[in-house]
Design a protein around this ligand. Structure first.
Ligand SMILES: [Cu+2]
Length: 129
């Protein structure tokens, strides 16, 4: 009798664990929005990101310092503003400390460049596939 009871309790435990695992997996999926690029005080945390056609990117400022993003890149310490055909044209997109901003959607496949006008060398390459 008590063995049966233990078996039933054990099965219930397994079912509960399976439900918890399934729920946590689902909530992880929804909480991690895709195409995030984090920024620290002076730079993009990653130099490039690859996305699919039609998607946007979200810039997230983890520091207190503001960034001003524009189309173009840094070349040997010199800012090179450049609007690229097929890319969203960004001019003076300000991202304040602990804030975020989106760029996109990117509707054309290609390789596009953005930079921060405040911080020399702060460049981001977006590859759209
Ligand atoms: Cu910056």
């Amino acid at each position: 009798m008590s063995k049966k009871l233990f078996a039933i309790l054990g099965l219930c435990g397994i079912v509960v664990i399976l439900i918890l695992v399934a729920c946590s997996a689902t909530s992880t999926d929804t909480s991690s929005a895709p195409n995030q690029v984090h920024m620290n005080a002076t730079n993009f945390v990653q130099p490039s990101i690859t996305i699919k056609k039609g998607e946007s990117i979200t810039l997230i400022d983890d520091a207190q310092d503001s960034h001003i993003i524009a189309s173009g890149t840094w070349e040997n310490g010199t800012a090179k503003p450049q609007d690229e055909l097929g890319a969203p044209q960004v001019q003076d997109l300000q991202v304040s400390g602990s804030d975020q901003a989106a760029i996109g959607p990117f509707t054309t496949a290609g390789t596009f460049h953005f930079y921060c006008t405040v911080h020399p060398g702060m460049s981001l390459t977006v590859v759209v596939q």
